[in-house]
Structure formats: C-alpha cells, structure tokens
Design a protein around this ligand. Structure first.
Ligand code: SF4
Ligand code: SF4
Length: 441
C-alpha cells in the first residue's frame, strides 16, 4: 500500500477506534463518558470498598464481564480491528499462531494458543489490544470468600514498591488488604533447583548429554513445546515455582485460594494449561497490585515488619537472567562435589536470543551442557509488568539474595518445615517420593 494511503487508513482507523472506545465503555448520568482505564479504576475502587454493584449504570456489559470474569485468555481485543489485511502488525508479531482473521472483530485471539508474550499488544498502533486484569475478582474474593486466600509473590518483587519496602512490610500490606498470608515463591524455586540438580546428576552421563532448564519461564517452555519439540526429551518434567507453590498450599489447605503476584503476563496463560490448572486461582501483576494500593491509599513503606524473609539465596536469584543456571550449578556442587562431568552453563534471554541458542544446540554448536532460557531480556526483573527498570530491579533482588540467611533449600528450616507438614523429612526424600512437582510435557 502507498504511504499516503496507509497514513489515511491509519488516521481514519485511529479516529474510529477512539470514538469506538467511548461507545464501548459507559455513559454516566447522561452527561459523561469514561475511558476504559477510568472504568477499571471506578470498578476496582468499588470492589475495594466492598460494594456489590461495581460498574456504573450504562457500562458496556462486555467490558464489565471482561474486568470481572477475566478467565478466558490473557489478551483481549477492546476495539474491532480496522487495519487492512496486509497491515496487521499484531498478526505479524505473534510467533505462536494465536491471532486469526475473522469474526466481527476483524482478528481474534485464540486463548488456547496465546502464551501471553505481549508482542501483539506492543505491535498494535491502534491500542486495540489489552491484557486482561484479574485484580477485581481477587478483591471480590478477599471480601466474600470464607476460606483462606494466600498471596504467592515472585522474587522479582524486591524493590518494586520502593527500596525500603521489605518482604516483611509487603506481607503486612497484603494481610491488610485481606490476604490470609504471603508466601515467597523463591522458596519453591529453591526446591525445584534441587530437583533440576538431581535430574542433571542422574541424566548427564557422557559429554554428549545435555539438559535444558524446565521449570521457571513459561515462554521458554512454550517455545520448546510449540516450536522445538524435538528437544523435549532434554527437559525434565517439572512444574514452575508458581505452580509448585500453588500445589503445596492446596495440599496443606485444600479450601485455600491462591493468588500469584509477579511481573509476568505469560503466567496468566500458564495457570490455565490443562495439565497444571487448578494450582493457582489468579495471577496478578505488580502493576495490578500497585493499582489496588492506589485506590486503597495503602503505603507499604509505612507498614510494620511482619516476620523475616524465608527464601534462600539460590531461589531468590531466579528473578534475573543467569540466576537459575547459577543456582543449579551451586546446588550440584554441594550435592556431588566429585562429579566427573561438571555442569557447564549457557544462557539466553529474550525470545530472539533463546531461539538463537536453541538453533545452536540443534546445529550441534552446544558450548555447554546446561541451558537456561528466559523469555524477557534480563529475566523476570525485565518482565512486562515490572514497575521499576530492570537494572534497578536486578540490583534490589541481588541485595535481597545476598541478605538471605540460607544459601540453598537443603539447610533452610522454613523449607524443611513445609516439607515436614507434607509428611517428608528432607528435600531429597520429598523429591524422590512425591510427584507433587512433576509434570509431563
Ligand atoms: S500475547 Fe503473544 S502469543 Fe498471545 S496473541 Fe499476542 S503475540 Fe500472540
Ligand atoms: S522471564 Fe518474562 S516471561 Fe519468563 S517468567 Fe520471567 S517475566 Fe515471565
């Protein structure tokens, strides 16, 4: 299409879509229209105030449903697509074949194929795509659910709500919001580190053997499952720390609801994967939690300390690129210091970098026997819904990891206590006798 024609189409589509967004949303008292974001904050405030009616009169029921019952995917189209077929940047950006032309909206997202990478949202010049938010239903659960509701926070949380907001202050904040308690997902990353180290020790017997990290990043796993499935035999079947945390909470408290809080959108898609669904009920991002703190006027920095952090250095390090590989290497050195074939790591972050590394593996240019891939540049501190820049996030997480009282889960009494509650005396016994953290890819 010629440039001037394209400009006219884009200008027309932008104007149409802007108008459409207002039509989509609501009409208040016959006088005023609110944007989608305004509707979101109005409903979130109403939910936090314990009101039953969340949406103002006249709000578009489709949008209200999407904010209150968000469980059929990660990406939602808020305006119809008006781009000509050869200008659909969202479709070009999706590496997962999850966007298909057709239907009333012009192009639709297939929630079964979408991995929540956010590439289409970034590519859409019309801002017609948004990510689903789970925060409103979570607030409703906090007000209405009779049983316990646990928050499971990802280790990238260090520094996200201010440099002086410790994990203890964050626990007090979450309890003030109505959560029963807060668990650090890093403690479950700790246990999975040992699982990966044990798998390496069992499986890597010759210079030709190699292993890919299995547990941490859903984008990395989606990449292998969907694009490079010939490598699946080299990926041990483990759940992610998020799923491990959810399963553990539900094993100990079957009535509990579990809410993961992290910087990641792909986790929203991960929780619905058929073989692991049910472990986590909701996935919130740090930005959604920040929105809730805004409408409730709660400042985590002013909260009291509520107990000490309980994760180990190795598990906390999962939050930045290179952390998983370093954790498994260190744990293997402790587990089997005399091992002949040492663990040699190679890592990549960002989808293009991960693909390049995988293509090298397939071409025989391995240069390592243990491969870590993270979907985001910098790892989870660079996740799409982090609040602070990834460099600052990494600095804060490293300080949190350095201050940890225990280096690995093997000597961590909090981890051991949790396993004892499940009926096991040591991490090794738990991993050899329990299938709670197993998964078949
Ligand atoms: S979020 Fe990623 S996987 Fe999902 S539709 Fe968009 S580009 Fe495709
Ligand atoms: S690296 Fe990115 S996609 Fe992967 S788990 Fe972390 S935030 Fe999610």
């Amino acid at each position: 299409m010629k440039a001037w024609k394209k400009t006219i189409v884009i200008l027309f589509a932008k104007a149409y879509n802007d108008a459409k967004e207002y039509v989509f949303v609501l009409y208040l008292e016959g006088k005023r229209m609110d944007t989608l974001d305004e509707l979101y904050f109005t409903m979130l405030k109403n939910a936090a105030d314990g009101k039953v009616e969340l949406a103002p009169e006249g709000a578009d029921p489709k949008i209200v449903e999407c904010l209150v019952l968000p469980d059929d995917g990660t990406v939602v189209r808020v305006k119809p697509c008006l781009c000509p077929p050869d200008e659909r940047h969202c479709e070009d950006a999706c590496e997962w074949d999850a966007l298909k032309p057709g239907g009333e909206v012009g192009i639709a997202v297939d929630p079964k194929k979408c991995v929540g990478c956010q590439a289409c949202i970034d590519a859409c010049e019309m801002e017609s795509l948004k990510t689903k938010k789970d925060i409103i239903p979570v607030v409703q659960e906090l007000h209405q659910y009779d049983g316990p509701v646990y928050a499971l926070v990802a280790p990238a949380i260090a520094g996200q709500f201010g440099a002086d907001v410790t994990l203890g202050k964050m626990r007090a904040t979450l309890k003030a919001l109505g959560f029963t308690g807060m668990l650090e997902v890093a403690a479950f990353a700790d246990i999975l580190t040992l699982k990966e180290a044990l798998e390496f020790d069992k499986n890597i017997r010759s210079e030709n053997d190699f292993q890919l990290t299995s547990c941490c990043c859903p984008m990395w796993i989606a990449m292998i499952k969907k694009l490079y499935h010939q490598l699946l035999p080299n990926v041990p079947g483990s759940v992610s720390p998020m799923i491990a945390g959810g399963r553990t909470v539900k094993a100990l408290h079957p009535q509990a609801k579990t809410v993961f809080i992290g910087p990641c959108l792909a986790k929203k898609a991960e929780k619905n994967e058929p073989d692991i669904e049910g472990a986590i009920d909701y996935v919130l991002t740090y930005q959604e939690l920040r929105d809730l703190l805004t409408v409730t006027n709660l400042n985590p920095a002013e909260m009291p300390e509520d107990s000490q952090p309980h994760a180990s250095t190795t598990g906390i390090s999962y939050a930045y690129a290179g952390g998983v590989a370093a954790a498994v290497k260190r744990t293997l050195e402790k587990l089997n210091p005399d091992r002949k074939i040492k663990l040699a790591t190679r890592r990549a972050d960002g989808v293009p970098g991960c693909k390049e590394m995988i293509n090298d593996i397939l071409a025989g240019n391995r240069d390592g026997n243990f491969f870590e891939g993270m979907g985001c540049i910098g790892g989870c501190v660079g996740g799409p819904r982090a609040i602070i820049p990834k460099e600052e996030g990494k600095k804060q997480v490293q300080a949190y990891a350095d201050a940890a009282e225990f280096e690995t889960p093997m000597e961590n009494p909090y981890v051991i206590g949790m396993l004892k509650a499940l009926g096991f005396n040591t991490v090794e016994e738990f991993l050899t006798k329990s299938h709670l953290y197993d998964r078949q890819f």
